[in-house]
Ligand binder design. Structure first.
Ligand SMILES: Nc1ncnc2c1ncn2[C@@H]1O[C@H](COP(=O)(O)OP(=O)(O)OP(=O)(O)O)[C@@H](O)[C@H]1O
Ligand SMILES: [Mg+2]
Length: 344
């Protein structure tokens, strides 16, 4: 509307521009504006709350690639590649994977990977959060599920069934087992009926073990998303810090962040970056302090381990490592000597 107004107002003063704008408006709503298709059939809503059952994400081709271990990334790439090679696959009597299950703890990039895949396939990502659907009245859930999935079926998209375990979890605190069984059946039918040539269904869950084996088996491929290893943590620290850091700081941060998710590391780093701007203090100082404190809070056995890792990395002096980990310099020197004799 705004562009049209600009075009009209300037018809006299700038006829060429005005004409060009009108031209763009005539063309664009058909293909270039993906929103148009959706406005013709509104996103389904919960009958009672009127809250939308689906979230639709249009991600440009520049969707950020998640940092992932090589084998995980390879699985994701294959999903994308298969879609691009459906004819070759068909010639061999095969079809691209239709349904994929992502399994892993919170904050390791399952949703992000689904967004990335959708972007690579130039498809919108339609997210059905099962935790939200399950919180509606049980009797309504089946209807809601069916409406939501039907909606996704009608357009090329990647459908993300987020928090699949919500269905399983509900079973613990609900008496109505029969109704839940019916729900699982609805879900399975919907997955089974998913048209082969259409989009892709991605299920995401934190607890594969909670899922009904019947649901599990429905997925063509299952991809495990582990917590980040040291290499991925290093990449994550650098990406989130968005500035070069001394090797010693990176080494400390990646050692101290063992067991944390990408999301944990991101939140801490962003907070430190904000602090760095507020106080006008270099980020590396704040990182050294933060991750140093994390190490201090660890039990002695783990501090010993951190000290060894840092000593092996060889980027901090033994004195620095000692003051950071509370492990005596003698002990650290012992490690270093042991290390050098064994490697000799
Ligand atoms: N592998 C990754 N690479 C880069 N950033 C990541 C990665 N994983 C998580 N993040 C960061 O953490 C945020 C949350 O991640 P995401 O929503 O993908 O996690 P999830 O695995 O879907 O978790 P949940 O099980 O809680 O839904 C992302 O938006 C991103 O900023
Ligand atoms: Mg998620």
């Amino acid at each position: 509307m705004f562009v049209r107004r600009v075009a009209r107002r300037n018809r006299q003063a700038m006829p060429d521009m005005s004409e060009a704008l009108i031209g763009v408006l005539r063309q664009s709503p058909t293909r270039a504006s993906p929103l148009r298709g959706e406005s013709s059939s509104p996103v389904p809503v919960d009958g009672d709350s009127r809250l939308p059952l689906l979230t639709i994400v249009h991600q440009g081709a520049d969707a950020e690639q998640p940092i992932l271990a090589e084998e995980v990334m390879r699985s994701l790439q294959q999903i994308v590649d298969e879609r691009g090679a459906s004819e070759r696959l068909a010639a061999a009597d095969l079809s691209p994977a239709r349904t994929v299950l992502f399994v892993g703890p919170p904050g390791v990039g399952k949703t992000m990977a689904a967004t990335w895949i959708a972007a690579r396939l130039s498809l919108p990502l339609v997210i059905l959060d099962l935790a939200t659907v399950m919180s509606s009245l049980l009797g309504k859930t089946g209807t809601n599920l069916r409406h939501a999935i039907d909606y996704a079926k009608q357009r090329p998209c990647v459908l993300l069934l987020d928090e699949l375990d919500a269905i399983a979890k509900r079973r613990d605190d609900d008496r109505d087992v029969g109704e839940l069984k019916r729900l699982v059946t609805v879900l399975l039918q919907q997955i089974d009926d998913w048209p082969a040539g259409a989009g892709l269904v991605i299920g995401a869950t934190n607890h594969a073990e909670l899922l009904d084996p019947a649901v599990w088996r429905r997925f063509d491929v299952s991809v495990g998303f582990p917590l980040p290893g040291p290499d991925q943590r290093r990449d994550a620290i650098l990406r989130f810090a968005a500035e070069p850091l001394p090797v010693s700081v990176i080494e400390l941060a990646l050692t101290a962040s063992k067991g944390q998710s990408y999301n944990d590391i991101e939140r801490v780093t962003m907070q430190l970056r904000r602090r760095s701007v507020l106080d006008n203090v270099p980020l590396e100082d704040l990182m050294l302090k933060h991750w140093g404190q994390v190490v201090q809070g660890l039990p002695r056995a783990e501090r010993l381990q951190v000290a060894t890792t840092l000593a092996e990395a060889g980027t901090l002096s033994q004195r620095q490592i000692s003051s950071m980990t509370g492990v005596s310099r003698d002990t650290i020197r012992g490690f270093a000597q042991e290390k050098s004799t064994t490697s000799r």
